[in-house]
Design a protein around this ligand. Structure first.
Ligand code: MFK
Length: 631
């Protein structure tokens, strides 16, 4: 083996030396180059043949940049998925045209958003408080584009019935990495429209609903989602201090401090607050929280009504988008939910924003793979193009498998959402949607960071250089696992929905996953993958049965691995199902086989190794704090 490897390397080096006779001069020191030219009768520079550094000090070689091509045409899986499920000519031609626009026009705006981040102008030149969040022209273009292209509207027009969400999210998937993070306000806008629709489109939110879902740029509104306060990013129920003071006309005024409000240039917001009674008392915890609607508007002096923008956040990424701390000081608002039903009412918004988050995660992976594979056809190293290096291709292929898995999971959740919204969801669909929403968000958020990071490495040092636009992809990916519920908070949400449904969500999961692989049972090329999923499902089923008898700490410790197992097994089944479709390619089969070779059920593996034993928390604590371990 080592002889083979040595021979391979020696052969490679020989080829390298032979293939590059001229370029050797490039890397010689000046003195060596001088001694060569002095001995020549007719120096090379006089013949005009060579010596680039005499005229151009930076040399003559310039690496070709990776080129963004139409992201729709470049995505075989997206096109295959749509060909299978949504064969509608208007959809396909719209996505193709939009993909072209993204590559040739919108991507440049996205870059402008990054290099011209928003700034806060708190006072005017004469000292008056104005609190203007100044955004770039490109950011404003994104708003108009979003309306024109129906990036929210498509989900509510429902021209393609149960597949309307898949259509909308496919468009956002093409748009997201070029959007300058405009997908964030769109996620919240979509979430707000969903909440309003679920509570009833009537006064005082009927006009708002129409503005959130319009295609007319001049009427289009975006919405904020102001949930986070200083005490509670995840623990909203304990951390919300904002109070709602009833007014005589039935409206409220909100007073509080919102610590983290994204896309703060929105036209309206949904937010949580506690209603104050006449004595000024409020109800603590989740039961005391209600959902409020507020418009962001200005008085005749140009001051924001009831809001002061304290400062903009200085973030690792997502710098294109304004994120602010807001002091609410008498913000006029209307209660939307029943009193005390704030969290349950905003949960619809969380479902939508978590799905958007997952779309952005899959899109970030897809974008870095597209750029990396293009670059591999342009960059030569060690005598050949990167694409001809098997190890490089293996790395890109692994990224591709991850990306495909993420895409199919995301689209399946969008499919379920579409079914629910068009009234054709079975109980199984509804249970699956509830379970898979936290699963898809947590799994794709983490995958995106890993895949985008790997992708940057495939550009070598250029992947680390700001003005290539590549580092921003990684910075922006990092937020995907943090906001809208961290990995652990969402893992606990998985447990919560299992418990609240008395296990029905898991029953739906097992039933549907089995039906997906059953459809592929006659495809012999997929047999190893089908066996792997089947075996992992059995392990998981057994573990779940045993877990029902275990202490709550056991379940909590297993929550994250459980969520990962649910994701990996389900993705395996989706890849198998897609590969068994008659229009599938051999690459679809290969991707399914590769995916299913990993540990599909890490929760069973770790359980067998004692990771969730009652002694584990103490051992973990001692390890983290470097304390002596008690016997
Ligand atoms: C690319 C685009 C990305 C999107 C950009 C968006 C940018 C915006 C930035 C942000 O705003 S980040 C802030 C996001 N914050 C969070 O995601 C909060 C994370 N914390 C949680 O999710 C907690 O689990 C939660 C606040 C929901 C816990 O609150 P509680 O009050 O302890 O919940 P509880 O008591 O378990 O549930 C209350 C009700 O809500 C129950 O209904 P019922 O009373 O009818 O039984 C629950 O069933 C329901 N509920 C809770 N979580 C739910 C849910 N229903 C459906 N889905 C869920 N996930």
């Amino acid at each position: 083996m080592s002889a083979l490897l040595n021979c391979h390397i020696a052969g490679g080096c020989r080829r390298l030396v032979c293939a590059t006779p001229q370029t050797v001069i490039h890397i010689r020191s000046a003195s060596v180059a001088e001694s060569i030219t002095k001995s020549d009768k007719e120096p090379l520079w006089e013949t005009g043949d060579y010596l680039p550094f005499s005229r151009a000090r930076i040399g003559s070689f310039f690496q070709e940049r990776p080129v963004l091509k139409n992201p729709f045409l470049e995505d075989a899986l997206l096109r295959g998925y749509l060909r299978r499920h949504l064969v509608q000519e208007p959809v396909l031609s719209d996505l193709c045209a939009f993909g072209e626009r993204v590559a040739t026009e919108v991507d440049g705006w996205g870059r402008d958003c990054e290099v011209t981040p928003p700034r806060l102008m708190q006072f005017d030149s004469w000292g008056r408080r104005v609190d203007h969040i100044v955004t770039s022209p490109a950011w404003k273009c994104m708003k108009d584009l979003s309306a024109q292209e129906g990036l929210v509207a498509i989900g509510y027009e429902r021209r393609f019935g149960e597949w309307s969400r898949v259509y909308q999210m496919s468009k956002l998937y093409i748009f997201s990495p070029s959007s300058g993070l405009y997908t964030c306000p769109l996620a919240m806008t979509d979430g707000a429209a969903k909440v309003i629709q679920s509570l009833g489109v009537s006064w005082p939110v009927d006009d708002a609903y129409s503005c959130l879902t319009t295609r007319e740029p001049e009427r289009f509104w975006t919405s904020g989602q102001w949930m986070t306060e200083r005490q509670g990013g995840s623990d909203v129920a304990s951390g919300t201090e904002t109070v709602a003071v009833p007014q005589t006309d039935g409206s409220y005024k909100l007073h509080g401090f919102k610590w983290f409000t994204s896309a703060t240039d929105a036209d309206m917001t949904l937010t949580l607050a506690r209603v104050q009674d006449e004595a000024g008392a409020t109800i603590p915890g989740s039961r005391g929280l209600s959902l409020f609607y507020a418009e962001v508007s200005r008085d005749e002096d140009g001051r924001l009504k009831g809001i002061e923008v304290q400062r903009l956040k200085d973030k690792l990424g997502t710098r294109q988008m304004p994120t602010a701390e807001l002091l609410l000081d008498g913000l006029p608002a209307h209660m939307l939910s029943e009193e005390g039903r704030g969290v349950a009412s905003i949960a619809n918004m969380l479902t939508i924003t978590r799905i958007h988050n997952s779309v952005s995660a899959a899109a970030a992976m897809r974008r870095v793979v597209q750029l990396a594979r293009d670059y591999a056809t342009r960059r030569t190293a060690f005598g050949k193009l990167l694409k001809d290096h098997p190890l490089h291709m293996q790395t890109l292929a692994r990224m591709e498998v991850e990306t495909r898995g993420a895409f199919l999971l995301v689209m399946d959740v969008c499919r379920l959402l579409g079914r629910e919204e068009t009234g054709i969801a079975t109980q199984l669909d509804t249970h699956l949607l509830r379970l898979l929403t936290p699963v898809v968000k947590l799994y794709t958020g983490k995958q995106a960071v890993a895949v985008v990071s790997e992708g940057l490495e495939s550009f070598g040092g250029q992947g680390y250089i700001e003005d290539t636009g590549l580092p921003g992809l990684l910075r922006d990916a990092q937020v995907l696992s943090i906001w809208e519920g961290t990995t652990n908070v969402l893992s606990l949400d998985v447990l919560r929905c299992v418990a609240r449904s008395s296990g029905m969500v898991l029953h739906a999961y097992f039933t549907h996953t089995k039906s997906l692989i059953a459809g592929a049972s006659s495809v012999s090329s997929l047999a190893p993958a089908v066996r792997a999923v089947d075996c992992a499902l059995s392990e998981l089923e057994q573990l779940v049965q045993e877990a029902a008898t275990k202490a709550p700490t056991y379940l909590e410790l297993a929550a994250r691995d459980l969520a990962y197992s649910l994701a990996r097994i389900y993705i395996g089944a989706l890849l198998i199902d897609h590969a068994s479709w008659k229009g599938a390619s051999l690459s679809d089969t290969y991707a399914a086989l590769r995916w299913c070779e990993q540990d599909l059920c890490p929760v069973a593996t770790k359980q067998a190794k004692g990771w969730y034993n009652p002694t584990t928390p103490q051992l973990d604590g001692a390890l983290v704090y470097d304390q002596p371990i008690q016997d």
